[in-house]
Write a protein that binds this ligand. Structure first.
Ligand SMILES: *Cc1c(COP(=O)(O)O)cnc(C)c1O
Length: 355
């Protein structure tokens, strides 16, 4: 389906909230720009997206999102370089993953043209909202859900696709302590772990609360079978450095295929860092921590980019990671953000110019 951006109607807001925002003191995803993108799926097709003032959505109480949870999302960022040019990072991969999530949740797929034209038109309109202070960006939240009604447990016949934008500072400040999970599971074989489906996150809140009560900020999920292997964090893939080798678990139907993860793997290989994509036993990480071979652990995802881990808890013990002067985490973070913010050559072709 071919769509031109000039087909995307824009209803401009008569007011702006931009002057109320302290751009040097932004938290993550808590203020939204003046406009949003909306497309409706009705009678078997998605409507050409339109841009309207940011506003609440009215939904019928029988909308299936409320009852059966057909809901998916994406997370990406728009960056502004010192010349004021606006960039995205591998946005077509986000679109592909949105449709992968949609398929799994029996939600109709969205044409790539609607996603890309809609997103770039919205970003061009809202470019003044993209913060330029270090580590900050405009967080982009595309999402889709069942607006169609009926209490029968079956897929809805109507859906909505929206994009909201939130100027944001850095996601985490400082290093995080994580708890390796021994009881609960995030995902199961044959399940929906690989999809960015809303319910995957709701299901983590309770075990994560139990972890925060013990002084940990995040849970490291392990396999649902017998909690023997490291999988990933709540919204981040996990990397582990043992001696000089960088390890991460293979993606599967339980592990989300992160764009940051795959970019880090390519960058690390390009830098000559030895990488291994394989199943990682918790016992192997504990042993490495005990004998000094464990050098680093970090999370990788769009929001935080790279989130270094200072310690992990497991079976009532706490294992503290060393403080390194030249960590893979900081080197890789610099490499990836230099590409994202147009500070370095992009030999992989990951950067996408918006305007
Ligand atoms: C979004 C997400 C990631 C990271 O994906 P990116 O594309 O790098 O942002 C990793 N794990 C889970 C569970 C996620 O939801």
């Amino acid at each position: 389906m071919e769509v031109q951006s000039k087909h995307i109607a824009i209803e401009k807001s008569t007011t702006t909230k931009i002057h109320e925002v302290d751009f040097n003191n932004l938290s993550f995803g808590s203020v939204y720009t003046d406009h949003m993108l909306v497309s409706d799926y009705k009678n078997g097709t998605w409507s050409v997206p339109k841009i309207i003032p940011y506003q609440p959505i009215a939904l019928d109480p029988a909308s299936k999102i409320f009852h059966y949870g057909q809901s998916i999302f994406e997370g990406m960022k728009a960056y502004k370089d010192p010349e004021g040019q606006v960039w995205l990072f591998r946005p077509k991969d986000n679109h592909a993953r949105l449709n992968k999530s949609a398929e799994r949740m029996a939600i109709p797929e969205l044409p790539q043209e609607y996603f890309m034209e809609g997103l770039t038109t919205l970003l061009e309109l809202e470019k003044d909202w993209i913060p330029q202070s270090p580590g900050s960006s405009l967080y982009v939240r595309p999402f889709m859900f069942a607006s169609g009604t009926g209490l029968h447990a079956s897929p809805a016949d109507e859906y909505k696709f929206l994009i909201a934008l939130a100027p944001s500072g850095a996601y985490f400040s400082g290093k995080v302590k994580v708890l390796i999970e021994e009881t609960y599971a995030r995902a199961a074989n044959g399940g929906v772990g690989y999809a960015k489906a809303g319910g995957n996150y709701a299901a983590q809140f309770y075990p994560t609360k139990l972890a925060t009560d013990q002084g940990y900020q995040q849970v490291i999920w392990t396999d649902d079978h017998n909690h023997e292997y490291i999988e990933e964090a709540g919204a981040m893939n996990i990397f582990i450095r043992i001696n000089d080798t960088l390890l991460t678990a293979p993606t599967s139907d339980r592990i989300l295929d992160g764009i940051t993860r795959k970019s880090i793997l390519e960058l690390a290989e390009d830098m000559g860092i030895e990488t291994e994509v394989r199943k990682i036993k918790v016992s192997e990480v504990v042993e490495a921590a005990e004998n000094g071979a464990l050098k680093e652990m970090f999370g990788a995802g769009t929001a935080a980019v790279i989130s270094p881990i200072s310690a992990f808890g497991y079976k009532g013990e706490e294992y503290v990671l060393p403080e390194l002067e030249h960590s893979y985490a900081s080197t890789l973070k610099t490499k990836i953000t230099d590409i994202q913010y147009n500070r370095a050559e992009d030999k992989f072709g990951w950067r996408y110019r918006v305007c």
